[in-house]
Design a protein around this ligand. Structure first.
Ligand code: F3S
Length: 284
């Protein structure tokens, strides 16, 4: 049995920066509480580790009662409304918004100011997307597939941006459709980040040359979901696992060449644990 691990598996620079900053803040002797608005990354291992160091996860800034504490904002970014509220509450802000997400937020602002119909290609329920919509003053239409794109006003200039972790393949399909239908200017900004693009490309190459694929990452991680979809397309025996406990002998029954990849929020310790479990079960 052979195991091939994707070079791009695991933390991207944006997630690494967010986690490093959260570790730095929680490991200080804090005289006030430290909060994180939502999960710092979509990985329960990382989140639980930080919770044990004293980090409290909140879903709303109103949960901070006495306007005292540090608030960590995740790599996905937040709407301007939240930033303003954190400032009004006099909280110490640790903003870990990834620079690639900041670029999408800035484009939403400028395209809206230039009167484009702003189209954001992404998942409607993703926190990054929800934030970018508000940066564009809520004049942003989120398109997740071709049928969403069918309803766009094609007689107006359209400015297009994308969620940083969206599927490159689906992005291209939607763009081609819009270009065919457009009767006015289409201003396209492919803002899928390099880390995502490379990870998706490597997953495709791996799944074409292996008989079994393991995609490691949280079940709420959008970028891991994409990798799983790519894996399944080229390799029927593709499995999405969150940790080593989910790897079973049954999954390895046909395995001769195994591919391993992982989402941007999966720590290397989990990738190692899954790899070890695969090797252990293969030797039984
Ligand atoms: Fe940033 Fe891309 Fe990672 S947007 S957080 S580098 S997946």
């Amino acid at each position: 049995m052979k195991i091939k691990t994707a070079k791009s598996a695991g933390f991207c620079f944006g997630v690494k920066n967010a986690v490093d900053q959260a570790i730095k803040v929680t490991s200080k002797k804090n005289t006030h509480p430290v909060f994180c608005l939502g999960e710092i990354v979509h990985n329960s291992h990382v989140v639980n580790l930080l919770k044990r160091s004293g980090l409290s996860i909140i879903t709303n800034l109103d949960q901070i009662k006495d306007n005292n504490g540090t608030i960590i904002l995740s790599a996905h970014g937040v709407p301007p409304r939240i930033l303003n509220k954190a400032k009004q509450k006099n909280l110490e802000i640790v903003n870990t918004t990834c620079p690639m997400v900041k670029k999408v937020q800035n484009l939403a602002v400028s395209l809206n100011e230039k009167n484009y119909k702003v189209v954001l290609i992404g998942d409607k329920s993703h926190p990054e997307v929800k934030g970018v919509v508000e940066w564009g003053n809520n004049n942003v239409t989120v398109v997740s597939n071709i049928s969403d794109a069918e309803t766009l006003p094609f007689n107006q200039p359209i400015g297009i941006i994308s969620q940083t972790t969206f599927s490159t393949e689906l992005f291209k399909q939607i763009i081609n459709f819009i270009k065919q239908k457009a009767q006015a200017e289409v201003n396209i900004h492919n803002t899928i980040c390099n880390a995502t693009e490379q990870r998706q490309k490597e997953t495709e190459e791996l799944s074409k040359t292996t008989d079994t694929m393991f995609i490691i990452g949280g079940k709420n991680s959008a970028n891991t979901k994409r990798l799983y979809e790519i894996g399944l397309k080229y390799c029927k025996a593709s499995f999405w696992v969150t940790n080593e406990k989910e790897v079973t002998q049954e999954m390895l029954k046909e395995a001769k060449i195994i591919g391993i990849t992982a989402g941007a929020s999966t720590p290397s310790v989990i990738i190692k644990a899954v790899t070890n479990k695969i090797m252990e079960l293969s030797n039984e």
